[in-house]
Design a binder for this molecule. Structure first.
Ligand SMILES: [Ca+2]
Length: 325
């Protein structure tokens, strides 16, 4: 038997090695394929590291997301890309965004389009909040919206990849947000809001969390019904990849049965029609996007900056993308 095996080995050595190679690496390849191709992304979509991907696969996002590989699949890259801004230019694309030069009644900053407050560089859009006297306000910042320039409805996913400035103890009053406002109804969907140090006006303490909220009515009346969820930083992100240190993806899928929220491809919250029938109004409409870095007012939501708040505070955005589901 031993001799037969030895002869077989001598005659067929190369074939046996080749067979073993196919078994081991073929199996591994199939495993990786199944593991990483939960859904096929659009081809030609820019990957997380800024190069163009023409094939489905796992994106190694080692520099930006604390070493975690990000998988394509539901909640991260699923669907067909129908609208995007990768921020590869040198100024904001005003065909896609309106840049407000204005104050707003519910926050403390003057929003400007000046390069001090808003710039695009190396594929990143930066909204920069400053502590300075300007137009009667003590702070300046930036506010982008897509009103009248993009109006998708149900059946789309809205995704941002961003680094947010709020962090413990040094960001009171800093309030970046990526959100949707209905074009037809008073409904609002906050895909992500990030609050600084807790303020007296915020007894539930939204700091150190990603705050996700669906509102029925944010016109300022008392009729607002809302569903909120605070996703805590410490359970979402590893210590080296806190949201002020690393880019992460935040996504909302607006489907006919409700809203699903994902962070770095993981489903963290759902607000579904079967549980919350009041969301029907918003789901019947279309949406514009808001991308802004507000500064809170004393005694009001988000609160005001204090002596420890670090300026400039930068809200950095790698991309905003809309996918058809
Ligand atoms: Ca980019």
């Amino acid at each position: 038997m031993k001799q037969k095996l030895a002869k077989l080995w001598q005659r067929q050595r190369s074939r046996i090695i080749a067979l073993l190679f196919v078994l081991v690496f073929g199996g591994l390849g199939t495993y990786l394929l199944l593991e990483s191709h939960a859904a096929t992304p659009s081809t030609g979509v820019e990957t997380e590291n800024g190069t163009v991907s023409t094939a489905a696969g796992t994106v190694n996002d080692s520099t930006a997301s604390g070493g975690k590989a990000i998988k394509f699949g539901p909640g991260n890259g699923a669907g067909n890309l129908v609208w995007d801004d990768e921020f590869n230019g040198t100024s904001v694309d005003t065909a896609k965004w309106t840049v407000w030069d204005t104050t707003l009644s519910y926050d403390a900053e003057y929003n400007t389009s000046r390069p001090q407050n808003l710039f695009e560089q190396n594929g990143i859009l930066t909204e920069r909040a400053l502590r300075e006297s300007y137009g009667g306000r003590s702070y300046t910042s930036a506010y982008l919206n897509t009103i009248g320039k993009q109006n998708f409805g149900v059946g789309y996913a809205y995704e941002i990849r961003a680094k947010t400035p709020t962090q413990p103890n040094t960001s009171a009053g800093i309030w970046p947000a990526f959100w949707l406002r209905s074009n037809e109804t008073p409904a609002e969907v906050d895909i992500g809001e990030w609050y600084g140090t807790p303020q007296p006006a915020d007894p539930s303490n939204h700091s150190n969390k990603v705050t996700i909220t669906v509102h029925s009515d944010t016109t300022g009346g008392t009729t607002d019904t809302k569903d909120g969820y605070d996703a805590p930083f410490d359970t979402l992100f590893s210590a080296g990849a806190a949201p002020w240190n690393a880019f992460h993806t935040y996504r909302c899928e607006v489907a006919s049965d409700g809203y699903r929220f994902y962070i770095d491809g993981t489903l963290v919250h759902s607000v579904l029609l079967k549980d919350k029938p009041w969301i029907a109004t918003g789901l019947g409409g279309t949406w514009n996007m808001r991308l802004n870095l507000q500064i809170g007012l004393a005694g009001k939501w988000a609160g005001a900056p204090d002596a420890n708040t670090i300026f400039p505070a930068d809200f950095q955005v790698d991309y905003v993308r809309i996918y058809k589901l």
